[in-house]
Design a protein around this ligand. Structure first.
Ligand code: NAP
Length: 252
């Protein structure tokens, strides 16, 4: 049993995997959720175990209510939930809106937005003082795309993340008096496998020169901010989103 447990959705790769590893070092028992890549999820857990930490890989689609219950029941078996990282996300190849398949729009909104809502609801039912919980933190992994708009390429994805920004604000206010802080991180261009799903595996390299800091970010740099937002050092921070963009897309 861990005395504080974190659910990381999409914890098998990229930003989620880096967050799971760092959280374990900070003493969390970690539920490493994944969708299909069991080998990657097991590798993250093996790494955590090798460093003396506690982690379990749990398959589940965050956009399906029954899967979300399965993920959080696994967390319950580890100990009291203290944190949720709404990190799982998907994108599709670049397209103008008038050429997009409606099915892909629905899928992106289902996973990125409905998934975050379902997971946040499950976390609040466990962490809120209203439900006899001990409080905790939620961090939503949004995107610079929410501010840029995704014109000509990823409008559906950008919209799904804009909704996530609204969830950060609204839920923070809803549970501020119940011991739960809700914040977001806004990655810019981070060097992960995510861009391959968007149809451009070399996107991070291609755009590096256009970023004010002249490089893509790393998953670990995003994870550090996520863990800071959950820490006591951020004890009076709620309802805000921190950009981790190397200076790109600064609107907040
Ligand atoms: P990634 O390396 O492609 O990893 C995506 C993760 O999400 C994987 O663990 C994947 O599981 C999981 N996943 C996908 N759909 C899922 C579902 N329906 N249910 C549960 N898990 C699911 O991506 P990343 O770059 O780390 O991205 C993480 C988050 O950061 C996403 O929300 C993304 O929108 C956001 N973000 C990324 C960037 C960037 O430049 N990389 C920029 C802005 C925002 P499997 O391993 O099983 O497939």
């Amino acid at each position: 049993m861990s005395d504080k447990v974190m659910v990381v959705t999409g914890g098998s790769r990229g930003i989620g995997a880096a967050t799971a590893r760092l959280a374990a070092k900070r003493g969390y028992g970690v539920v490493v959720n994944y969708l299909g890549n069991v080998a990657a999820a097991e590798a993250v857990c093996a790494d955590i175990h090798a460093h003396g930490g506690e982690a379990v890989a749990v398959r589940g689609d965050v956009g399906r209510e029954e899967d979300v219950e399965h993920i959080f029941r696994a967390a319950d078996r580890m100990g009291p939930l203290g944190a949720l990282i709404n990190n799982a996300g998907m994108i599709a190849p670049a397209s103008r809106l008038d050429a997009m398949e409606p099915g892909r729009m629905a899928e992106i909104l289902r996973v990125n937005t409905l998934g975050a809502l379902l997971c946040a609801a499950a976390a609040v039912r466990r962490m809120s003082s209203r439900h006899d919980g001990k409080g905790g933190g939620i961090v939503n992994v949004t995107s610079a795309a929410a501010k840029l708009g995704g014109a000509g390429s990823y409008l559906d994805y950008a919209a799904s993340k804009g909704a996530l920004d609204t969830i950060t604000v609204g839920l923070a206010l809803e549970v501020a008096g119940e011991g739960i802080r809700v914040n977001g991180v806004r990655p810019g261009i981070i060097d992960t496998e995510f861009h391959a799903q968007g149809g451009e595996p070399d996107r991070a390299q291609r755009l590096a020169a256009s970023i004010p800091m002249e490089r893509a970010g790393t998953a670990e740099e995003v994870a550090q901010v996520i863990l800071w937002l959950l820490s006591d050092e951020a004890s009076y921070v709620t309802g805000t989103t921190v950009s981790v963009t190397g200076g790109r897309a600064l609107f907040t």
